[in-house]
Design a binder for this molecule. Structure first.
Ligand SMILES: N[C@@H](CCC(=O)N[C@@H](CS)C(=O)NCC(=O)O)C(=O)O
Length: 204
C-alpha cells in the first residue's frame, strides 16, 4: 500500500491526500516534517514533503507523484487522455504552482512565522503574484472546473496553491489575491464543498 509522508498543515501534502481520495487508491498517512537529515534527504532530495513510499521506493515532488499514480492506477484518470488537453492542464498547473504559489512563498516566513521581509521584497512578491495570476487566468476555464466540465488535477492545484498564496497575501497585506477574479473565487467555493477536500480539511 502507498504511504503518504507529510504533515497536515502542508498544502502540498493535503493536495496529494485529496488526490488519493479522489483516485480511490488505498494509502496510509505517515506524519513527517520536512527535514535536512540525511535519512530523509535519501527519500526526498530537497527534504520537502510530501513524498510517497511505494514498493519500489520513494518519490517526491507532487507532479512526479501524480505521474506515477496516474500510470499505476489508471482506473479513474485525473488528467485528460487527449494529448493536447493533457498538456494544457499541466501548463495551467505549472503557472499556478511556479508563477503564483512559489512567488508568494518567498514571503511565507514573514506571513506565518514572524520573519521580516523588506518592503522591496514584499512589493516584488506582490507584483510577481499578480503577474502569475494574470497568466493562470488566461488559461483557466472555470466552467465550472479549472479546465472545463470535468474535475481534474488542475482543480486540486487551484484549491491548495491559490489557498496558500491567498493566505500569505491576507496575512501580510490584507488583500484578496482573487478579488479581480470572481470566476476563480467561484471555483474555490465550489471546490471547498467537494468531499475529498472536506475530508482532508477534517483531518487537519
Ligand atoms: N515542488 C514541491 C514543493 C513541496 C513543498 O514546498 N513542500 C513544503 C511543505 S508544503 C516543504 O516541505 N517545505 C519545507 C522546505 O521548503 O524546506 C512539490 O510540488 O512537491
Amino acid at each position: 500500500m502507498i504511504k503518504l509522508h507529510g504533515f497536515a498543515r502542508s498544502n502540498y501534502t493535503n493536495l496529494i491526500h485529496a488526490y488519493l481520495i479522489e483516485k480511490g487508491v488505498e494509502f496510509e498517512l505517515v506524519q513527517v516534517s520536512p527535514s535536512q537529515e540525511e535519512d530523509f534527504l535519501a527519500k526526498s532530495p530537497m527534504g520537502k514533503v510530501p513524498a510517497i513510499e511505494t514498493d519500489e521506493g520513494f518519490i517526491s515532488e507532487t507532479l512526479a507523484i501524480v505521474s506515477y499514480i496516474e500510470a499505476a492506477h489508471p482506473d479513474k484518470p485525473l488528467l485528460p487522455a487527449d494529448p493536447f488537453s493533457r498538456a494544457k492542464t499541466v501548463e495551467l498547473i505549472c503557472h499556478i504552482k511556479l508563477d503564483v504559489e512559489l512567488e508568494a512563498r518567498r514571503c511565507l516566513p514573514a506571513a506565518f512565522f514572524g520573519a521580516t521581509a523588506s518592503e522591496e521584497k514584499q512589493k516584488s512578491t506582490q507584483k510577481a503574484v499578480a503577474k502569475g495570476l494574470k497568466a493562470a487566468n488566461r488559461l483557466i476555464v472555470c466552467d465550472p472546473y479549472a479546465t472545463g466540465s470535468e474535475f481534474n488535477l488542475a482543480d486540486l492545484y487551484v484549491y491548495y496553491s491559490f489557498g496558500l498564496a491567498g493566505g500569505i497575501s491576507q496575512a501580510l497585506w490584507q488583500t484578496d489575491i482573487l478579488s479581480e477574479y470572481p470566476n476563480i473565487q467561484g471555483l474555490m467555493a465550489l471546490l471547498s464543498e467537494r468531499d475529498s477536500i472536506k475530508q482532508v480539511a477534517a483531518a487537519t
